[in-house]
Design a protein around this ligand. Structure first.
Ligand SMILES: C[S@@+](CC[C@H](N)C(=O)[O-])C[C@H]1O[C@@H](n2cnc3c(N)ncnc32)[C@H](O)[C@@H]1O
Length: 382
């Protein structure tokens, strides 16, 4: 009799746990579907129009944005259900609260998130290739992804760089800001569309800035962006892998990997090559996703969940120059280990920043890309 009761309790508990977990998956599913609507809200200018207008009816919003009223009404209902938008049943008006506008409607804000949905969209687009990569173990190169990834990455990271790169990250490195103010040379490795290189060229007009990326079409866009920003003559963009650093005569005062080291097939070789190209006493700066090295350290955190999802899909494993290496998601300890193996680099000092954390490898600056706390900067003066 007691056995039967225990079995029933176990079955009830199991059912409860299944329901709870199913609820969690349905929430994720809702987010995946609602992501398309968020992206549309951004691209159709619906959020921006709401931010500018204040409380608005569906009809007014459709008119302001030259969109179909019925579709906009449905969209608004979804936005209310997702708690992105507030609805006043009495007036029939919808409102985008100012703090939501900061995240959804202000492209200059460091917390502006819509471009991240295009990163997610590019991964769905590449699902078949990623499927194959899981089977073959060959992984996918950055250049093999859907092109939405490239512009979305630029737009997603750029505002964080705008808010922090020249204001707090570079000043946190011993003597680097002073050197660049007088002249000096910077290599931005894995520069993508050049957002960070352009910011440095704007902040340090006397310095020579070189952006390097193996992805030819990203370099072409970076050159255009530099021209548009009026610094085309102050920043040089080159197609090449991180490895080229090792064999060039030019030495740099600062070499940075801005959210790029984890994308490189052989990050240890990249850091080793950077070491060869650094002028004496100068600095290597890593800006990396803020996820930790092990599942137990990561726990259940939403931002780490997102980052690890990207990491699985984007990096997996690569074949680079005939060698298969496991690409990685940089936790701080790996970045430091990478440096040790990459050339026996002594750590002379840490640096200060918004929040300083110490670990087995010394001190590093830990900062969010914007307020999201998704990036980590490890500064390792050499
Ligand atoms: C996540 S994106 C970051 C781009 C840019 N730094 C930014 O923050 O917008 C990573 C970049 O690393 C580049 N990359 C990957 N492996 C590389 C390698 N071995 N050498 C140079 N660039 C590389 C990719 O082409 C891509 O542009």
């Amino acid at each position: 009799m007691q056995g039967a009761t225990t079995e029933m309790t176990n079955a009830a508990e199991m059912q409860q746990r299944v329901e709870q977990f199913a609820g969690q998956v349905v929430t994720d599913l809702a987010a995946a579907m609602a992501g398309v609507m968020t992206n549309l809200g951004h691209k159709l200018g619906l959020y921006r129009a709401m931010a500018e207008s204040g409380p608005v009816t569906a009809e007014q919003l459709a008119r302001r944005t030259s969109t179909n009223e019925r579709s906009v009404r449905e969209w608004l209902h979804g936005q209310v259900a997702g708690d992105y938008v507030r609805f006043d049943a009495h007036s029939g008006q919808y409102t985008l609260p100012p703090e939501h506008a900061f995240v959804l409607a202000n492209p200059e804000s460091p917390a502006f998130l819509p471009p991240a949905f295009d990163v997610a969209a590019s991964l769905w687009h590449d699902e078949d290739e990623i499927f194959e990569a899981f089977r073959s173990g060959k992984g996918m190169g950055w250049h093999e992804h859907n092109c939405r990834l490239f512009s979305a990455t630029e737009a997603f990271f750029r505002n964080g760089y705008r808010a922090h790169l020249t204001q707090s990250w570079i000043p946190a490195l011993d003597g680097v800001q002073e050197r660049l103010a007088e002249g000096g040379r910077v290599a931005d490795v894995g520069c993508g569309h050049g957002a960070s290189a352009i910011l440095m060229a704007q902040a340090f007009p006397k310095a020579t800035i070189v952006g390097i990326d193996y992805h030819e079409s990203s370099i072409a866009v970076a050159k255009e962006r530099a021209k548009e920003a009026g610094v085309g003559d102050r920043v040089r963009f080159e197609v090449g892998t991180a490895r080229v650093l090792a064999s060039r005569d030019e030495k740099f005062d600062l070499i940075c990997f801005m959210d790029s080291l984890h994308d490189m097939g052989d990050p240890l070789e990249a850091v080793w090559a950077a070491r060869q190209a650094l002028a004496q006493d100068r600095a290597l700066m890593l800006v990396e996703p803020f996820a930790k090295d092990t599942p137990e350290e990561n726990g259940r955190s939403y931002s780490e969940d997102v980052l690890l999802g990207f990491s699985r899909a984007l990096h997996a494993e690569r074949v680079v120059a005939g060698r298969t290496v496991r690409a990685w998601r940089a936790g701080r300890s790996k970045a430091v280990a990478g440096n040790r193996e990459g050339g026996g680099i002594p750590k002379r000092s840490g640096c200060d920043g918004d929040t300083v954390q110490s670990d087995s490898g010394g001190k590093g600056v830990e900062q969010g890309s914007g307020s999201l706390d998704v990036s980590r900067v490890g500064a390792i003066p050499l």
